[in-house]
Design a protein around this ligand. Structure first.
Ligand code: ZN
Length: 518
């Protein structure tokens, strides 16, 4: 028995009409499933009825999961924090509202009447696939759930939108209809626009209205350029990029759609089959990237970089350019240029920058020192510098790292380590460019370096002018030129470099027995 199914969105039926099809079978008991109350026999129910909504919502949710499984393999469990790892309740109509959600207890949709029209969020395959996208991401990255970073939460939203795109792309009639209206995917179309009907409901609702952030469909074909979320307004109407997570997530959605577009348009044929191949490639990279990306404040970049790395593994890097160009179009630098990307806004105005001189405000200096875990008022050496053709401010802080843990012989000795931060502008504010130094990493790097020196017997413990060493050298050993010594600076014993030696102490490892002869 067939059902009526709207494969995209109730307001996209001009582009892709409702059709009749056999409902997807129930999922096997070894797989993660949905739980639905109020089952009715399948049939050709008209839109607007509870019976239609049941089968429409079920079909859309199963289509999203089927798409995921094409890309990722069998879905055997929901999130470890879901109410059940096997059976996630799916509520096509949980009451009066203009909304939809996933909360680890269920995937829930609503209905609301404005004027003569009732909006059913569970009747949009876009919206259902988006919510299932949250649940699917939660099944592989439950750690993203509680993150207080804007970009991590926005990535969760963007991932929902990407699942809506992928679910649409996975449908052959959708691909044919899409290529008929947008052969290179470069013009606005019913696939890249999501949640047309629900956003129309928001727009028409007198309590919400056209200036509400959700009052227009989200477009994955967009020209939003990434900006530090801390420098964005917290809210705004749909055309404005804000730090609200759906709004900000559009940046990443754009990166993903453009990745699909770039892979497709660089293939030899512009056919439905070529589009499907491009979608599968990009979708696999997205899921793997989302799964593997380090949890960082700059999470869009983190996922993009993980996608590039995944492509290197899966496709010998064939799509590196396609991914890099897509992210670059939205101002997310994935490669070496990431060194100069703003990563955090700082207190105070943008730095003043002359040809050779640079200065940071007192507020910026104080904020930077606090952020890198330096003591307040610590010395910060500031100068102008060129990086990759751009002039930036280099601010250097000197951190003292105790070395005793490397060797007992280094008890009371410290290394003084320059930590450099690039400072530039984000709008009118000062901002960190690239990575901010991190105290633990600094210490780890120093310890590894000093271990290497000890291994090579390159530290002159006797002082800067080691007479004993000369004596040793006089007996023919090659390690007569230690590169480092312990110097007393004020009351501190500081590991100091003596030289850059062309021949470190123990390039030649002497057998212990032979050494005894000396
Ligand atoms: Zn969402």
């Amino acid at each position: 028995m067939a059902i009526n199914f709207i494969p995209n969105d109730p307001l996209a039926r001009n582009a892709l009409p409702m059709r009749q099809q056999a409902p997807r079978p129930d999922r096997g008991t070894t797989l993660a499933r949905f739980g639905m109350a109020g089952a009715v026999a399948p049939g050709l129910y008209p839109p607007g009825t509870a019976e239609f909504l049941f089968w429409q919502c079920r079909e859309a949710a199963l289509a999203a999961v089927d798409t995921w499984e094409i890309l990722q393999g069998p879905l055997r469990q929901w999130s470890p924090y879901a109410i059940s790892r096997k059976r996630l309740p799916l509520h096509p109509n949980d009451g009066d509202d203009l909304n939809a959600y996933y909360d680890r207890q269920s995937v829930s949709f609503f209905a609301h009447t404005t004027g003569a029209k009732t909006t059913f969020s569970g009747a949009s395959t876009d919206v259902v696939a988006h919510e299932c996208g949250h649940a699917l991401l939660d099944s592989i990255r439950p750690d993203l759930w509680d993150s207080p970073f804007v970009e991590v939460a926005a990535l969760h939203e963007a991932f929902g939108d990407c699942m809506a795109l992928l679910t649409a792309f996975a449908d052959p009639p959708t691909r044919r209809a899409l290529l008929a209206v947008s052969p290179d995917l470069a013009t606005s179309n019913f696939v890249e626009a999501t949640a047309e009907d629900l956003s129309d409901g928001v727009r028409r609702d007198p309590r919400l209205g056209p200036r509400h952030p959700a009052a227009a469909p989200r477009h994955a074909l967009n020209s939003f350029r990434w900006r530090l979320p801390t420098t964005l307004p917290a809210s705004g109407p749909p055309p404005v990029l804000t730090s609200e997570i759906h709004s900000f997530g559009r940046v990443f959605g754009g990166c993903f759609y453009d990745t699909v577009r770039n892979i497709f348009t660089s293939s030899s044929a512009r056919t439905e089959a070529a589009l499907w191949a491009a979608v599968r490639t990009a979708g696999k990279l997205l899921i793997r990237g989302a799964r593997e990306a380090p949890l960082r404040p700059r999470f869009f970049q983190s996922v993009g970089r993980a996608m590039v790395l995944a492509d290197r593994t899966l496709n010998a890097g064939a799509n590196r350019q396609a991914i890099g160009d897509a992210f670059s179009r939205h101002a997310i630098a994935l490669g070496s240029a990431a060194m100069l990307a703003p990563t955090a806004s700082l207190a105070g105005p943008a730095p003043r920058l002359g040809a050779r001189r640079a200065s940071l405000s007192t507020a910026t200096r104080g904020d930077l020192l606090r952020r890198i875990g330096a003591r307040p008022g610590a010395r910060l050496s500031v100068r102008a510098g060129k990086v990759g053709g751009s002039t930036v401010v280099s601010a250097v802080h000197y951190r003292e790292v105790p070395l005793q843990s490397v060797s007992r012989r280094l008890k009371g000795v410290v290394a003084v380590v320059p930590e450099s931060t690039l400072v530039g502008a984000a709008g009118t504010r000062a901002a960190v460019l690239g990575a901010l130094p991190e105290a633990t990493s600094t210490a780890d790097e120093v310890h590894a370096f000093v271990e290497m020196l000890m291994e090579h017997d390159d530290i002159a413990f006797e002082g800067a002018a080691p007479a004993a060493r000369r004596a040793v050298a006089g007996r023919g050993r090659t390690r007569d030129l230690p590169t480092h010594a312990i110097r007393l600076m004020g009351r501190k014993k500081v590991l100091s470099r003596l030289r850059f030696a062309s021949c470190p102490g123990r390039l030649v490892r002497y057998p212990a027995g032979l050494a005894m002869e000396w």
